[in-house]
Design a protein around this ligand. Sequence first.
Ligand code: ISJ
Length: 99
Amino acid sequence: MSAVEDPQEELLRLRSSIDNLDAALVHLLAERFKCTEEVGRLKARAGFAPADPEREAVQIERLRRLSEESGLDPVFAEKFLAVIIAEVIRNHETFAREA
Ligand SMILES: C=C(O[C@@H]1C=C(C(=O)O)C=C[C@H]1O)C(=O)O
């Protein structure tokens, strides 16, 4: 049985790609949180509010468009971004309290 015909082989091949993609996602998220930490510290120094709903509205609109173009469920993409942004704002509030 060839690798393509053997479901066990095919499952291993696909899971190997999933593991690579998960690693990429973790690295991308780590870089994003490094950037947002800098933003949070800058906002705390400058006395800016931790959250910026106008900026978030622009990001959500853009993400919805990108999701539709790339075949990702835009509702899921929006939920995913909301979880990330909520965590970022929590971090920014901590920086503001420490300032
Ligand atoms: C990072 C920022 O702070 C908050 C977090 C955002 C994000 O994670 O993308 C976007 C807007 C803000 O509510 C920012 O203002 O750019």
